[in-house]
Design a protein around this ligand. Structure first.
Ligand code: TYD
Length: 213
C-alpha cells in the first residue's frame, strides 16, 4: 500500500512532556509554512475531530483503567486519521499535529509503565503505513517543565501526575528519539521562544530543501 503521506505534503508532529512549551510553537510553525504558500492543516491529539474532542474531555478528566485510556487514545486517533490527517495528506496539504503516537509510547508506555508491546500492536492496527515525516521533541529538564506547568490553569489527569511519572515519560521520549533513525529531532526547549524557533527554523529549511528541490 502506498503511504498516504507519500504526496507533496509532509506530516509534522510536536511532542514533549507537559510544560515543555510545544503548544506555544504550533501557530508559529503553521504561519511559517503558510507564508511559503503551503496549505497547512493544524490539529491536535487527543482530539482533532468532534468525536475526538469529546474523547479528549473524558481522557483528561475521568478516572479510568490504563487499558481504557490507551484504547481511547487510539480510538480518537483512528477517527482523526480517517477524517482529517489522511484526507489532508492525500490532497497534498501539510499537517502539523500537536502530539501523535509517540505520546502514547511516552505517556502510556513509559509514564504509566504499560511498555511498548501493547502500543506497537495498536499502532500496527490503527496506522500500519503512516508515520510522521518529522517529529520535534521539545525537551526540558523536569524542574523546568514543572515550573512552567505551575502557573497554568487547573491541572488535568496527566498534568497532576508526580515527578517520577514525568521522568519516565521524558525518558521514553528520549529513548524513542535515539532509536528513530533521525525522524525525531530533539529540540532544546530550555531557552527563550526565539532560541527554540531558531532551531525549528533551521530544521524546517533543511526539510524544505530535501523535499522541494
Ligand atoms: P496537551 O497536548 O498537553 O494539551 P494542553 O497543552 O492543552 O494541556 O494534552 C494532552 C495530554 O494527553 C497530555 O498530558 C499528554 C496526553 N496524551 C497521552 O497520554 N497519550 C497520547 O497518546 C496523547 C496523544 C496525549
Amino acid at each position: 500500500m502506498i503511504r498516504p503521506n507519500a504526496g507533496p505534503g509532509l506530516f509534522l508532529t510536536l511532542e514533549g512532556v507537559d510544560g515543555a512549551g510545544k503548544s506555544s510553537h504550533l501557530d508559529w510553525l503553521t504561519d511559517r509554512l503558510r507564508s511559503r504558500g503551503l496549505r497547512v492543516v493544524s490539529t491536535r491529539e487527543p482530539g482533532g475531530t468532534p468525536l475526538g474532542e469529546d474523547l479528549r474531555q473524558l481522557l483528561l478528566q475521568r478516572p479510568m483503567r490504563l487499558r481504557t485510556e490507551t484504547l481511547l487514545m487510539f480510538a480518537a486517533r483512528a477517527e482523526h486519521l480517517a477524517q482529517v490527517i489522511e484526507p489532508a495528506l492525500r490532497r497534498g496539504d501539510w499537517v502539523v499535529c500537536d502530539r501523535f503516537t509517540d505520546a502514547s509510547y511516552a505517556y502510556q508506555g513509559g509514564g504509566r509503565e504499560l511498555g511498548e508491546a501493547a502500543i506497537a500492536a495498536l499502532e500496527d492496527w490503527v496506522h500500519p503505513h503512516l508515520q510522521p515525516d518529522r517529529t520535534w521533541l521539545f525537551d526540558v529538564p523536569l524542574e523546568v517543565a514543572q515550573a512552567r506547568r505551575a502557573g497554568a490553569r487547573e491541572a488535568d489527569r496527566f498534568e497532576a501526575e508526580n515527578a517520577a511519572f514525568f521522568e519516565r515519560t521524558r525518558a521514553a521520549y528520549l529513548a524513542r528519539a535515539a532509536s528513530s533513525k533521525g525522524r525525531i529531532l530533539r529540540v532544546d526547549a530550555t531557552g527563550t521562544l526565539d532560541d527554540v524557533r531558531a532551531q525549528l527554523a533551521r530544521d524546517l529549511d533543511k526539510l524544505w530543501e530535501h523535499h522541494h528541490v
